[in-house]
Design a protein around this ligand. Structure first.
Ligand SMILES: Nc1ncnc2c1ncn2[C@@H]1O[C@H](COP(=O)(O)O)[C@@H](OP(=O)(O)O)[C@H]1O
Ligand SMILES: [Mg+2]
Ligand SMILES: [Mg+2]
Ligand SMILES: [Mg+2]
Length: 340
């Protein structure tokens, strides 16, 4: 008997591995110290398009019926104005992929990601590079792919090219490149992104005392409120400084017990979190034994299209402290008053 979603798991891993390889190649070739000082975003843009083309082409080959909710579209690659970038993306895809793709095929693959999402049937969701700012700084970023069936995330894969390997006892702390994968009901695992790919089961921490907790949050103050998380930390008696990490690598840190809490506190009333920013990390943390919700503790609802329209912010934590963390978040954000 084959396990539930066995083929999907294998194809998703292959797609994320290929896209991660492409991103690393772009970083090594194109990102220089002058890229950062000049605020030149073009390397990450090329890698973003390239990674979405590679993943979507692999999904189309194996699951031609499945729609995809992808972050990017080919608009900026069209016409005369898009020619230079288009050529670079097509060359890049062909330098990594196993078969040659023409220009139309590359653009078509990118635009398979236009699906609107929703509550019925199955669809994939892809963030070809999550943590674009981390990518440019040479810090953490992730290729994130998940399968949603009838509104529920059932499979998630994170490719984290700059994340330290911790899966083998005595493994070299300088070895980087981790892939995490989880299927509903089967647990969460990590393995090396390249080389020996033995999988090791991972677990969120079993912490019950919040004063001992390590919390993580986005590097970017535009993506989460650092002042509010500081107050929440004080309420919980947390003394360790926050660990700031870009991308869904925050979920990865939680899933393997390196952090106990992830806070993403809304910076604006009108921002809706995107499903591709959370789907893969969500199932990986849950399958590792952690819990994920929004600032009220309600589970994230992936059935409302391309965004988490019914949720605000994200709170994730080890199961033993999740309720205490949500209570502190509510006190600081004022939710407790609304409930009275
Ligand atoms: N105002 C906002 N609040 C929360 N998230 C935001 C935001 N503006 C952009 N983002 C999202 O934050 C993601 C990065 O998260 P983090 O800060 O945790 O690394 C971005 O993903 P991309 O990098 O894929 O564009 C983007 O989708
Ligand atoms: Mg983006
Ligand atoms: Mg993202
Ligand atoms: Mg992205």
């Amino acid at each position: 008997m084959t396990a539930y979603l066995a083929r999907e798991r294998q194809v998703a891993i292959q797609a994320v591995e290929q896209a991660s390889k492409l991103c690393q190649a772009v970083f090594n070739r194109l990102v220089t110290s002058s890229t950062l000082t000049k605020k030149d975003k073009s390397p990450v843009t090329i890698a973003d398009f390239g990674a979405q083309a590679v993943v979507n082409a692999i999904l189309a080959q194996h699951f031609p019926e499945d729609p995809i909710v992808g972050e990017e579209d080919s608009k900026d690659l069209q016409g005369d104005t898009g020619r230079e970038m288009r050529t670079k993306v097509v060359d890049l895809v062909n330098s990594i992929g196993e078969r040659t793709m023409g220009e139309e095929e590359v653009l078509g693959a990118i635009d398979r990601g236009q699906y609107a999402g929703g509550a019925t049937g199955r669809h994939w969701t892809l963030d070809p590079i999550d943590g674009t700012k981390g990518f440019l700084r040479g810090e953490q970023y992730a290729v994130c792919l998940a399968l949603i069936i009838d509104g529920q995330v059932r499979l998630g894969v994170l490719g984290c090219p700059n994340l330290e390997q911790t899966h083998q006892p005595g493994s070299d702390p300088n070895s980087r490149g981790v892939l995490m994968v989880a299927v509903d009901g089967q647990g969460a695992f990590q393995r090396a992104l390249t080389g020996i790919k033995d999988e090791t089961r991972i677990h969120a921490s079993s912490l019950s005392d919040t004063t001992q907790a390590t919390f993580c949050e986005s590097v970017e103050s535009g993506h989460t409120r650092h002042d509010d998380s500081g107050r929440i930390g004080e309420l919980l008696g947390i003394t360790r400084p926050p660990v700031r990490i870009d991308s869904q690598c925050k979920y990865a840190a939680l899933a393997r017990g390196q952090a106990d809490v992830y806070l993403r506190l809304p910076t604006r009333a009108d921002y809706e979190e995107k499903i591709w920013d959370h789907a893969a990390g969500n199932i990986i943390v849950r399958e590792a034994g952690g819990r994920v919700g929004d600032v009220t503790g309600s589970p994230l609802d992936f059935s409302h299209g391309r965004t988490l329209a019914r949720n605000r912010g994200v709170v994730a934590a080890s199961a033993g402290i999740f309720d205490q963390v949500v209570a502190a978040v509510q006190r600081v954000l004022g939710g407790a008053e609304k409930e009275e």
